[in-house]
Write a protein that binds this ligand. Structure first.
Ligand code: SF4
Length: 438
């Protein structure tokens, strides 16, 4: 429904499909959330027959229904050439309820079409449907010990939204079927290619439409500097100083006690410290063990408190992220609240001179992230040569280590993580030097 061409390509040019790493991670996350959600309605029967989805799964679903099974996972139905698989079909008070599991924290508009078409096909197959639920993660749930599935998931009825789109579904299906009989549709690339997900045919369409690639307009790197304002900013800073950067993971299913679905859990930091203006710059780092029985935050908090005691100013780049993480750790580890508060009080945001345009270049174009500012101010430093070169990759790489058995691979990934985070704070050191020299 998002793009007819992607359906056409899925049917006629399957080999052009390229599932990006980020999409694959979304799938994997969805699969593990989906499996856990089944335990919300335990002892159901699974209709899956590999390869799935298939018409055989629909036959198996029918046989379960006839045998009086009241909970069916991946319940499959076919009507007029349209196959749907309901994550969980559960009978309550003589009627069937549909549960579509989403590894999200809330109901989103893009979910309605998905469950709407399931409702349409299941009803058309003759089942009496009572309700339609989206079962998402409960953002208020705080893990204490083993996962409490009844608390982790929040089934939300979306029946009114599902009913609201029923009338248009038959015409839409007919139109799609017609479209599939024809030639490849000509559809211009646009927002639908990246939102809500990166399309699996993105590279294919880009190859066909190279002119759609953004033109590289060369913008000037010549700085325009408000010397007084930059010096004011610099003069307010007292030594010793530190430059701090966190890396986080965001597991949908909380991995540790006192954490919530999709809470950002810091697992790593890099710290560059300097006692006096002329003093040596000393680097240190924290990288948690990838061991699920150890909460990465605890060791991080203890080491961070120790290593920042002397600092009068703790630089971060874009303060909201680190400050929120510190406040969350304060909430989740009240034993360290005072020390964490003291760190929060000493934070200074190094993005300010750029965001407030005290120091700007045309090439910044109102973007001030460290990845934009660094190559302009210090072109000799670059993220390009790193295997892990952004926060999302760092997060995914660390999460993956929890399930990796290969020691050599673990050592390599940990080394890459250390290099990446080190560069983030080294970049801050270099940016600070440029500002000091204004
Ligand atoms: S890349 Fe865009 S235009 Fe091409 S199939 Fe996907 S959504 Fe459609």
């Amino acid at each position: 429904m998002n793009c007819r061409k992607s359906l056409w390509l899925y049917v006629h040019k399957k080999k052009e499909q390229e599932i990006s790493e980020s999409t694959q991670l979304v799938f994997n996350r969805g699969a593990s959330v989906g499996e856990l959600a089944r335990t919300y309605f335990p002892k159901g029967k699974n209709a899956v027959i590999e390869p799935f989805p298939s018409f055989l799964a629909a036959k198996r679903t029918q046989s379960y229904i006839q045998a009086g099974v009241e909970t069916i996972y991946e319940a499959t139905f076919v009507y007029n050439n349209t196959l749907v698989a309901v994550d969980i079909l559960h009978k309550e008070n003589g009627k069937w309820n549909l549960y579509e599991v989403k590894s999200a924290n809330s109901v989103k508009p893009e979910h309605f079409k998905d469950i709407g078409i399931q409702y349409y096909v299941v009803k058309a197959c003759g089942l009496e449907v009572g309700d339609a639920f989206l079962m998402h993660l409960n953002r208020e749930y705080v893990r204490k010990g083993a996962i409490d599935v009844q608390q982790l998931f929040l089934p939300e009825s979306v029946l009114p939204d599902v009913l609201a789109i029923q009338a248009e579904i038959p015409a839409q299906l007919a139109e799609l079927e017609e479209m599939l009989k024809g030639e490849e549709p000509q559809i211009k690339m646009g927002e639908q290619c990246e939102k809500p997900y990166l399309c699996d045919y993105y590279n294919y369409c880009m190859r066909l439409n190279p002119q759609q690639k953004k033109e590289n307009i060369i913008l000037s790197n010549e700085p325009e500097v408000n010397t007084n304002q930059v010096r004011n900013f610099v003069n307010k800073v007292s030594y010793p100083i530190c430059h701090l950067d966190f890396e986080t993971i965001m597991p949908g299913i909380p991995l540790f006690d006192d954490s919530r679905p999709y809470q950002q859990i810091p697992f790593q930091y890099s710290l560059h410290c300097q006692e006096t203006e002329e003093g040596e710059i000393i680097h240190s780092a924290y990288l948690a063990e990838s061991n699920l029985s150890i909460d990465p935050r605890l060791g991080l908090i203890r080491q961070l408190i120790k290593e920042t005691t002397e600092a009068k100013c703790i630089f971060v780049y874009n303060i909201g992220f680190e400050r929120t993480r510190l406040n969350e750790m304060k909430r989740d580890f009240p034993l360290y609240a005072n020390e964490l508060d003291s760190i929060i009080e000493r934070l200074t945001d190094l993005i300010i001179p750029f965001r407030k345009k005290f120091y700007r270049t045309e090439s910044m174009q109102s973007l001030y992230s460290i990845k934009v500012v660094l190559p302009i101010l210090c072109p000799e430093l670059s993220y390009h040569s790193l295997e892990i070169s952004d926060g999302m990759s760092a997060s995914n790489a660390f999460l993956e280590l929890y399930y990796a058995n290969d020691k050599e691979h673990t050592v390599k990934v940990r080394d890459e993580l250390l290099k990446y985070c080190h560069l983030d704070t080294l970049a801050m050191v270099k940016i600070w030097e440029v500002l000091k020299n204004v």
